[in-house]
Every structure is written in C-alpha cells, then in structure tokens.
Design a protein around this ligand. Structure first.
Ligand SMILES: [Zn+2]
Length: 1043
C-alpha cells in the first residue's frame, strides 16, 4: 500500500523527508519530536565554585550550596562543581535512561570518584547514559558530581572566537534532568538523515540520488511516529538501500576517530589537561559500546599529563591501545610548529615523543601526524626517517590562500633526498562528522584520482569537544559499502598507509618545503616567545656540551640527565603550534614565559656546575698542573671551531685599552684560561670618527661603514675587495613601518597588501653619536621615533677581527596593527636568496614571476639569510628573529608586529634583539656565514672562579672540514658511559671528514635519531679521528663509547 508511484517532484519529496526529521519544524508530529520520552527532575543539585582547577577529592570537600537550573556563575576560567542526586523512576523499567545536561562551559561527570564522561554542548555531548536498559536489580538512586570549567570549547573570546577572552563572562546550566531515550527512533532518524543527504549531495545528475529520494519518501509513508511497531518496516527499506553495493573500483575511505586538541591556544595549558581527560574518557565510553571503533591520538605531552592527573583513565587508555582501538600517532612530544624550532629541537620532539610512546604503549609510532601546523620544513622527511617514521599525515596546506597544492597522496622529498609517503585527507578537515558530505568531498577533492584509491577521513570534535559521537559512528556504519558513496571502513593510519604503499607506483613526488601560503605573521608575532625559544635552545646546547665534557673528564660527574629532560620538555611544549607562532592568548604567553624563565634559571645553574667540574677536572687531566690555589677565569667555546672574538670580561681582565674587553681565541669545543686566550693581538684595531659632514666612519680593517645621523648605513665597504655592499643611492639599516591589518587571523596573518603601506622611520630623537671610540670595539648610538608612543634606540657595533656590523636594538613598542622591519638594499643581483633552516639551508626566489613566487612575500628562516651573486654577497644574521623577505636586491628582516587578537597586548613593551649584516667575498659557505651566525647566537661563556686554571688550551672535539657542523654533544639516553654526537653537512656538498676528540673513545657506531645503534655500521676510528662520510645536508648521529 505504501509502494505507490509518485510524481517526480524532487523538491517536495526532499523537503517532506527533511521536515520529518527536523529539530525545528513540526516536532509536535514528526519523528524527531519522539526521540526522547518521559522526563523527570533530579532529586537535588548543589554547587561549589572554585577559582583554581582542583582535584576531585579536594573539590568534594568544598561547601556545596543548593543550585537552581538557570542560575549563573563564573567568572571565566573558574570551575563550578555540581553535586547531583537522582532517582530513576521504577516505571522506566526496560528503558534507556540518560542524564540530560545542557550547560555553557565544558563538563566532566564523576562517578564513584572516577571521571566517566565529558559533557560539552558544542561537541554534541549532552547525555550521560545512566542505563542502556533499566532493570529492577540495578541501583535507581545515584550520586554524581559534574565538574564544569567556565570556558567554552574555544575559550571565551569576546565577540569573536579569536578575540581576547572576556574575563567576566557568566555561565549557567540550562537543563539537568533524567530522560528516556528511544534508540529505535534514533536509528530511523539516522537512516533518513543519510538518505536525505545523499539526495542533496549526489544531485539531480545521479540516478542514485533519486533512488535515495524515493526510499526516504516511502519510509515516511510507512512510519507512524507515535507507533514504534511501524518502524521496522521503514528501517528494512533503508537497509535494503544501504546494502546495494559498489563496484570493485570504488574509492575506499579510511575513517578514524580523532580529537585535535591544541596543547594551549585560546585557553591555558592547565585547561588542556582537563580537555584531554574529558575527551578521552568519552572516547573510552564509545569504544566500550563499539568494539570496532578506532581513535587516533597524538602528542606524548598530553598522554603524560593524563598519566599524571588521571592515572585510572590512563590505565584504561593503555588497555585500549593494546586492543588496537586507541592508536597513539605522531611520534613527537607535541604537535610542534613545523618552521621555527631548531633542527636539534625537532630531533628532541621525536626523541622525547617516540621514547614515551615506546615506554608507555610498547611501540614507536610509524606515522608523523601534524594536521594543523603552519608549514613544514624541508628537513622534516630526513628527521622522520631518522626517527623510525616513513609516513606523514597533514591537511593544512588546503588553507593556502593563493595556490592549490597539487596532491593529496604523494612522496615528499626533503632537503637531503629522504622521502616519506605523505597523505592529506582530501576532505580538508580533521574534524569531520561522518556525514555523506564528508565522504563525497573525500572522493571529489582527491587530486590524485587514478593514482591513489584510499583516503583518510578523520572524524570527531576537537579541542575538548570530545571527539566522535555515537551518531557519527552510526552514520559511517550504514554506508560501509553503499552504491553511490565511497566504501568506508573503520581503519587505522597503519592500514591506510599500508594500502597506499602497496599501490604507490603512480604517485608523484614533491621536493622541498611544504610552504603554507597563509599565517606568515607567525614568524614574528610574540617576539619574546621567539627570543625565549632561541635563547633556551642555545642554553640547553651549551649545558649538554659542558656536561658531556665534564663527564668525559670525570666519570663520577653526575650528568644532569633528569633535570635536562624536564627542561627540554618545557622547551618542546612551548614549540606547540599555537605557542611558538604567537597565536595564543595572553595567559598562554605568560605560561610560556614562565617556562623559559625556569629553563634559564635551572639551565644556567646546570651550566655553572658543569663548568666548575670542567675547571677543576680539566687542570688535572689535561695538564697535570696542580696549581689549584689559583682562582681564575676561563672561557668556554661550545662550538666546533676555533673562535677569535672580542669578549666582555667580568673578572680581572688583562691589560688592554678597554679594561672590560678582551680579544680571545678559544679552541673548538674547548676551554682556555683568559690569560692564554688573550694572547692573540688584533691585526687591526677599530676606529670610529665623526666626519666633516656629520656622518660617522667606523673601520676595523675588514669593513668600513659610514653611518648617517639617522643611524642608516650610507655605505658598507668590504675593504679587501673594494666592494660596496649598499645599493647605489640607498641606505642600509633602514627601519620601515607597515600597516598590518589582515583579513581575520590577526596574530597569524600578514597580507600581501601590507607591502603597499611602507613608510620609512625617519624622525630622529637623538642623532648618531659615538659611544665607544674604538680599540677592540667601536660603537655609535642613536634614537628614532616610530610614533608618539614608540621609539628605537640602537647601538651599532664594530669589533676588531669581526666580519660583520652588529646592531644591538632596543624598541619601546606600543603600536596597533603595525609591522616594523629593517631593510638592507644591497649591491647584489640574484634570482634566489638563501635561508637557513633546520640542519641546512634552502633557496627561495627574489622575484614575483608566478603565483608560487609572489605568494612567498614573507618567509621564514633561522639564524641567517644570504643574497649572493658570483663572488660576492651579503648576509643578514640575527639572534632571535624568524621572518624575512628578499625582494629583488632588498633584504628585509621582520622585527615586530602589533596584532590585537587573541592577545590584546601582544608584543607591547620593551624589546631587545640583535641582528648583523655581513658582506662577504665568495659564497656564503666560503665566507663561513654559517659559523658566524652560530657565533652570534652562542656567545663564548666565561667560567668564573674556576678552581684551578687551564694553562693549556684544550679542545674536546673538532671536525676536519668546515662543511660539517658538530651540532650536538650529549650523554646517550640509555648508556651512561656513552656520548651521542650529532653532525650535519651544512654546505650542500658530499664530503668525508674526521671527527677528532681528545677523549678516549673505545667504539663509535652510527645510530639513528632515537639513538638506536645500526650494528652494521661502525664508524672507523683512525689515527686522524673518527671517519665519517656525508651527502648534502645529511645528519649523522654517532654513539661513542667512553673508556
Ligand atoms: Zn591546532
């Protein structure tokens, strides 16, 4: 009787079906209105407010006051605890009963002192299931606690998501009651929703859409909402439709539950700990009901938090990891920024992450997982390969503003030629909902049609939304193999990538970095975080070098492995992809600065302790001199080349023109007493003179600079070759200010059009004057006004024997939506500029020929960038900056931004940073630009009051070729008597070198970045040293066994 011909009126039939399941229309008579049955109020509800995030056992001891649904509480970032008593009516026997809870904020249900489920309206989680089917013998009276964080999924932005948080927001519970849930209604609703979506998404061109339409229409004909006995017939129609299968060639979607949780962003780190617990416990509940469900989860740090704060939950997670349902992915400590962390930092992301996963879950991750980061360094493929990872998943390049990335599945080839199989889920999201739309998009958007027939679909609410829902799982279950839609299987990253690997012969290769054409302000925003990162990276480097040397000299020295791990983990945490980019709220900036302070305080202490050990041990071991009564000052050089530099001395300095300065020569990775270090005499001293026209001439025999009254360089002359570096008619060191108003993502984005608002900073407050007239160091200072609120004061420094001019810069910065940069128009013509990246460098165009070229109007680099033509070039060095641009012959360093959201006070205040300009002959490799940039960042360190002194300079390590840099020296993770040294080829050349060391090494083995020895690759120890061969940009780690 239902099976009747209908007019082919697509619109009315479609809307009829939509109204039948609508949450808004006709709920008095439609199916959706029958989803819930009887309701019943709670017996009692009381609440207790807490300013802090306190543990459960402390919370329940607080004073609870009666609470009325609808009452408000707050403010933002507080926590409201609710004590709930409820009694399920006996008459609900056989029914599924939910606690229905709708509130602002993010909630966690606690039962029997354990967290049992998250409740978040924005994550479609408003029900806690009390019983699937009420039985007489189960408890009907239940007591629960609900912990409610006074912040929403995305913090508390005032007016828009990314606006600075409103600190005074009020929150409320809008609904708290018991309800009967009708799962048969839910099943039918889900059938109809999937059919309706197929009608809409397959469109009028596909006959399958009409089959879905008529099926849905007949189901509505059959179904009487008030009569559940009419449901099975309707359901069987749907089942018949969904079970009509695909042909063999159909695309396969690998569905994986996911919950992308930012480790801090629009909320502080501390809240993330609770977000993880709320989300993951909810996932565990779903897994218990759905044994086929798979959930992928990244970031070792978040697991470590949950392990510390929710040990019971962590044990459950370990159980589901073993079952293969809860799948740790990524292999890194956090999902870090892909551009700014140093090479060694990235190694440590993998080292700390992979070791954690192995220890806690028994396996290393096979996939690198970074869906949400703002670009990906060309060195990442090698770092992945070195960390036991051959596969990579992200999707962020779908955010490109200008060019569409041409692939979804491809081999990504890094700087050194390492390749990893890479997949971008074509749905362009890591927060899908298992809907028809997600599946259709996955097939439609796939740019490798015909090459790759498998794709990932990550589904689930992120950021505390609790990940997947039962509804999402039900949707996907229906269409596992339904004609008209791709095949869907609940899958794992391993299954997906195994399928892709098995059929990879047609895949294309992308070589070089994955540059995100968006969020290019993140190289500059929150300058103090960038500075903290760079300083702490160099400090930890130095602590490890000094401690390793102390360990080699004296095996009883306690290498500070545990405190170092704590410091590294703090540094790695701050490299999270919304912290180091500066795209977080002010509270997170404060957290981050506190961590940097901790690292500096503890790191400096560790360095002092190891240096003291070096001082005392070094004397005896190296020289046999027992002049231990003398207290003197020594100099430590942690870099692997001899350095001759002007050094300010704090202790007693030998005779010199300037008592606080000395020219010192310190051996490669070595120590020398100041007395010996200062034996070098400068070839030429620095002179600084005012010229007749008021400009100032600075000379050191290598460079001759003319500084204008406004601090600009009128000339920068390389004496040796008679070359002027500054472009004709232009000035170097020119500060420029831009309007910096992006389209939406304030802290993130600087748009191309900002370049059209360039204004030189010209107002002189105090003209250039001589601060130091010469000798070992000459300098001049001046002050410029940026606006009525902001000023720049700079000291331009020229040292004896130094090939660069250094600019110590102090900015008082109180601007709004402005961008400060400094320009050096140079006398060099080249189509490409070179930028340092992790363990290497790469080139980017200086022209704007194609859209791929001009989309890179603002790029990132590390310690230096260089523009060279044959035989001559200019390098720009810095101690804490990451944003650059080189257009035609103008080299620009990005200094400060002033975005107002999500941190309304971002970058306001005092800033101190240093950059330097270095003209050179030959290539930057020949001119040792790489080494000089290291020198600028890793100052020589004085060892004060070392008990005893080194009468002989000694060097712990040196490398026979300048192309190879010894980056890291540390104690091996698993061998107290072993050192790990990490070297890389920095010039882009194939080279064989010897690593020489003064320490007694018994064996040397090649190992990977996880410090796993390759038993087939001993490193030969010869009379000249340890022999190692490199290909361009290759990273080599060796494990050295000490005698
Ligand atoms: Zn994110």
């Amino acid at each position: 009787m239902y099976h009747q011909p209908v007019l082919k009126n697509r619109r009315t039939l479609l809307e009829r079906a939509e109204k039948f399941i609508s949450e808004i229309y006709f709920t008095d008579c439609n199916l959706r209105g029958r989803l819930y049955g009887d309701a019943c109020p709670l017996e009692s509800i009381s609440s207790s407010l807490s300013r802090q995030r306190i543990p459960f056992l402390e919370a329940v001891k607080q004073n609870f006051e009666p609470y009325q649904v609808g009452d408000t509480f707050g403010p933002t970032w507080w926590t409201c605890w609710f004590k709930v008593s409820l009694r399920i009516p006996d008459s609900w026997r056989g029914k599924q009963v939910h606690l229905s809870w709708e509130s602002d904020g993010e909630a966690m249900v606690w039962r029997d002192e354990q967290p049992v489920q998250g409740l978040t309206k924005e994550g479609e989680k408003t029900s806690y299931i009390l019983t699937e089917c009420l039985k007489d013998d189960e408890p009907h009276s239940i007591s629960l606690y609900v912990e409610l964080a006074c912040n929403s999924l995305f913090g508390a932005g005032q007016g828009s998501m990314i606006a600075a948080p409103d600190p005074d927001r009020k929150y409320s519970v809008q609904k708290a009651e018991l309800v009967v849930f009708k799962s048969d209604v839910r099943e039918l609703l889900t059938d109809l929703e999937m059919l309706v979506d197929m009608v809409k998404l397959l469109g009028e061109g596909e006959q399958r859409g009409y089959q879905a339409l008529f099926t849905a229409n007949e189901m509505v004909n059959l179904c009487e909402p008030t009569n559940p006995s009419s449901f099975p017939a309707a359901r069987s129609l749907a089942q018949k439709f969904f079970s009509q299968r695909n042909g063999e060639s159909q695309h396969t979607v690998h569905a994986m539950g996911h919950c992308h949780i930012d480790s801090a962003w629009l909320w502080p780190y501390e809240e993330t700990i609770r977000k993880c617990a709320r989300s993951w416990v909810t996932v565990i509940r779903l897994m218990e009901k759905n044994p086929h469900m798979v959930f992928t989860c990244s970031q070792a740090q978040q697991f470590d938090w949950v392990k510390s704060w929710y040990p019971g939950l962590f044990t459950q997670i370990q159980h589901f990891v073993k079952k293969g349902q809860f799948i740790p992915v990524g292999g890194t400590w956090v999902e870090m920024d892909g551009n700014l962390p140093s090479g060694e930092s990235m190694v440590r992301q993998f080292l700390e992450g992979q070791r954690f996963f192995k220890k806690e879950f028994g396996n290393y991750c096979k996939e690198f997982w970074l869906p949400d980061t703002f670009g990906y360094s060309a060195q990442l493929p090698q770092l992945m390969q070195g960390s036991g990872i051959t596969r990579f998943l992200t999707q962020k390049l779908s955010w490109n503003l200008v060019n569409t990335f041409p692939h979804n599945t491809f081999f990504w080839e890094g700087l050194d030629g390492s390749q990893v199989l890479t997949h971008f889920p074509p749905g362009n999201s890591y927060e899908m909902k298992g809907k028809v739309e997600d599946l259709v998009n996955t097939v439609k958007n796939n740019k490798d049609k015909g090459r790759a027939n498998h794709s990932a679909a990550l589904f689930g609410f992120g950021d505390g939304g609790g990940g997947p829902t039962q509804l999402m799982l039900d949707r996907l279950d229906r269409v596992q193999d339904t004609d008209g839609l791709p095949r869907v299987q609940m899958s794992s990253p391993d299954r997906l990538f195994s399928e892709l690997e098995a059929d990879s012969s047609l895949l294309c290769t992308w070589t070089g970095e994955l540059f995100l054409e968006l969020h290019n302000g993140t190289y500059t925003t929150q300058a103090q975080i960038k500075l903290g990162n760079r300083r702490c990276e160099t400090l930890l480097h130095d602590v490890e070098v000094a401690s390793s040397l102390a360990l080699c000299l004296n095996k009883t020295f306690q290498y500070p492995s545990e405190p170092l791990q704590v410091l590294w983990r703090q540094l790695l945490l701050n490299q999270f992809h919304d912290v180091i980019p500066g795209t977080c709220i002010e509270m997170v900036v404060e957290d981050a600065m506190r961590y940097y302070q901790d690292i500096r305080t503890v790191g400096t202490r560790l360095l002092r302790v190891s240096c003291q050990a070096l001082g005392s041990e070094g004397t005896m071991t190296q020289t046999g001199d027992s002049d231990s009564t003398a207290t003197s000052v020594a100099v430590l050089n942690t870099l692997p080349w001899e350095r001759t530099e002007v050094l300010p001395l704090t202790g007693g300095a030998p005779d010199h023109q300037q008592p606080c300065l000395a020219l010192v020569t310190v051996p490669s990775v070595g120590v020398v007493s100041v007395r010996d270090a200062t034996a070098t005499k400068p070839v030429s001293l620095v002179s600084v003179k005012v010229q007749a026209d008021g400009t100032i001439l600075m000379e050191n025999g290598i460079l001759r600079a003319v500084v204008n009254k406004d601090g600009c360089l009128a000339s920068l002359y390389l004496v040796e070759t008679n070359r002027e570096a500054i472009s004709h008619g232009c000035s170097g060191n020119q500060f420029v200010l831009f309007d910096d108003v992006p389209l939406y993502w304030d802290a993130w984005d600087v748009m191309d059009y900002h370049l059209q608002t360039r204004k030189p900073v010209v107002e002189v407050v105090s003209p250039v004057q001589i601060a130091s007239p010469g000798g070992l160091r000459g300098s001049v200072t001046f002050t410029l006004r940026i606006s009525d609120k902001s000023t720049i004061t700079q000291e331009i420094i020229l040292d004896a024997m130094c090939p660069y001019v250094k600019f110590n810069t102090q900015v008082e910065w109180f601007e709004s939506h402005k961008f400060l940069k400094v320009e050096f128009p140079v006398r060099v013509r080249s189509p490409n500029a070179t930028y340092e990246i992790q363990f290497g460098h790469l080139q980017r165009p200086t022209h704007r020929n194609t859209s791929w070229d001009w989309a890179r109007f603002e790029v990132w680099g590390h310690k230096w960038a260089d523009l060279s033509e044959h035989g001559f070039g200019v390098s720009l060095l810095n101690d804490s900056k990451y944003g650059y641009s080189v257009h035609q012959n103008t080299m620009t360093l990005s200094l400060l931004r002033a975005p107002k959201s999500p941190d309304a006070n971002a970058d306001m205040g005092s800033h101190q940073f240093t950059y330097a300009v270095m003209p050179h002959t030959g290539t930057f490799q020949e001119a040792s630009v790489i080494q000089w940039a290291y020198n600028l960042n890793n100052p020589l360190r004085l060892i004060d009051n070392a008990p005893g002194s080194h009468t002989v300079a000694w060097s712990a390590f040196s490398v026979s070729a300048a192309a190879v840099i010894l980056e890291t020296v540390k104690q091996a993770e698993d061998r107290k008597d072993g050192l790990v040294v990490r070297l890389y080829e920095s010039h882009g050349s194939s080279v064989s070198v010897y690593l020489t060391t003064g320490f007694p090494i018994t064996e040397a083995w090649h190992c990977d970045l996880l410090e796993r020895v390759d038993p087939s690759r001993p490193a030969p120890i010869t009379a000249s040293g340890i022999s190692i061969s490199f290909s361009p940009f290759q990273i080599v780690s060796l494990l050295l066994y000490l005698k």
